[in-house]
Ligand binder design. Structure first.
Ligand SMILES: Cc1cc2nc3c(=O)[nH]c(=O)nc-3n(C[C@H](O)[C@H](O)[C@H](O)COP(=O)(O)OP(=O)(O)OC[C@H]3O[C@@H](n4cnc5c(N)ncnc54)[C@H](O)[C@@H]3O)c2cc1C
Length: 357
């Protein structure tokens, strides 16, 4: 579930042009209305509304946000209500614009923390101390018993926090608040969970893999299918993560199927890599939703395929916004789930069967 803090953060980070566009009056092609005596002219009304809106927006952006302004507590149990300092253990390059960042907190902080908040899938808000903004990131293995968290972090050319995190070196301090629930796993609720991820949207899936999927005693009847897409093979998730996934899915094909996609690749690519965007046929075939073709002569004899009981399915979608839009339709107002759209809607999947992370 999108956390309250997460939605307000995203709202705050939406480019001002988008906010203004939403509030701008609709253009019409009709002639201007006749002004009644005593009525405020339309252009004055627009200027007044715009000034009021900009004043409101500045108020929103420049007043201290209660979450960003939360205190920092050194040895207290982890909590989303305040920041906890951590130390950078390592920060290793894994591709042209990604790094694996390992942070550590003292073990007494973990032992004091309430474990019930750390159920998959959860994330942390990391604060960029230079400009006092925070962004959510997903610890790939959760929080281990040594107090370590490992993150796969992408930097965007103009992205604030990602670029800042890439500059951090061992020994430096980084503040975060956690845990924040991203989506709640529920035992014995789904027959099939299909995860469609793009770029670092792989991180929440990997946390679920580590804590739930790789333990076949948890919901043993649930089948998981991953469809992950990156721009090119160099930008795929780190080999260490992919190897553990592939090894597991080879041993337990009934539990996990992995399908990797890239937009483009050289000729010598691995044969198991699909070179295309994740499209409807890929999702249908990965999720076993392709209806078998019945030969015409069997139809003549009145042959009917046996009706299978409906499966309890969940589609999790996590990635860059254009990908979420194409696969599952855009988020609703204030980053709520909205109705399902895109490919999943074309396939007849219901909103209750889709979660946009
Ligand atoms: C629950 C949750 C968990 C997340 N976990 C991770 C994680 O484990 N690892 C990780 O790297 N990220 C993760 N993210 C995304 C992360 O929170 C930031 O949005 C991302 O790092 C960009 O932040 P920034 O400050 O670097 O860029 P910003 O300053 O927010 O963005 C500046 C510019 O960068 C570009 N940009 C930013 N984001 C994207 C994008 N997604 N696709 C394309 N261009 C973009 C755009 O051009 C944008 O205008 C997660 C997001 C959520 C909601």
């Amino acid at each position: 579930m999108q956390s309250l803090a997460g939605s307000s953060l995203r709202r705050a980070l939406r480019p001002a042009s988008q906010l203004i566009r939403r509030n701008a009056p609709r253009r019409t092609l009709s002639s201007p209305p006749i002004q009644k005596p005593g009525e405020i002219p339309n252009h004055k009304r627009v200027v007044t509304i715009t000034v009021a809106f900009l004043a409101g927006a500045s108020f929103y952006f420049f007043l201290p946000d209660p979450t960003r302004a939360a205190p920092t507590l050194e040895k207290a149990p982890l909590s989303p209500r305040y920041f906890t300092p951590s130390t950078v253990v390592s920060n290793e390059e894994t591709g042209p614009n990604t790094k694996l960042l390992r942070l550590s907190v003292p073990t007494e902080v973990i032992t004091a923390s309430d474990p019930s908040g750390f159920q998959s899938i959860w994330s942390v808000f990391i604060k960029d101390d230079d400009i006092q903004v925070e962004r959510p990131y997903t610890p790939l293995y959760g929080l281990d018993e040594h107090g370590h968290m490992l993150f796969w972090i992408k930097k965007y050319p103009k992205g604030e926090v990602g670029r800042w995190l890439h500059t951090k070196t061992p020994g430096e301090k980084i503040e975060f608040r956690a845990p924040l629930s991203t989506w709640n796993w529920k035992n014995d609720t789904w027959d099939e969970v299909v995860i469609i991820s793009g770029g670092t949207g792989f991180a929440p899936f990997y946390q679920l893999f580590h804590s739930v999927i790789s333990d076949p005693s948890i919901s043993p009847a649930t089948q998981f299918t991953l469809l992950h897409s990156s721009r090119n093979p160099e930008e795929l998730p780190p080999a260490s993560l992919l190897t553990s996934l592939n090894d597991f899915s080879e041993k337990h094909p009934e539990r996990l199927k992995v399908n990797l996609f890239v937009d483009a690749a050289d000729e010598d690519r691995s044969s198991s890599l699909h070179v295309k965007r994740i499209d409807r046929p890929s999702i249908e075939s990965a999720a076993g939703l392709v209806k078998p073709v019945v030969p015409w002569w069997r139809k003549i004899w009145g042959h009917r395929e046996p009706e299978l009981p409906p499966k309890r399915r969940m589609f999790l979608v996590c990635g860059p916004e254009p990908m979420i839009n194409a696969v599952a339709g855009p988020y609703g107002r204030n980053m709520s789930q909205g109705v399902v759209g895109g490919i999943l809607a074309e396939m007849g999947i219901k909103s209750s069967e889709v979660y946009k992370l």
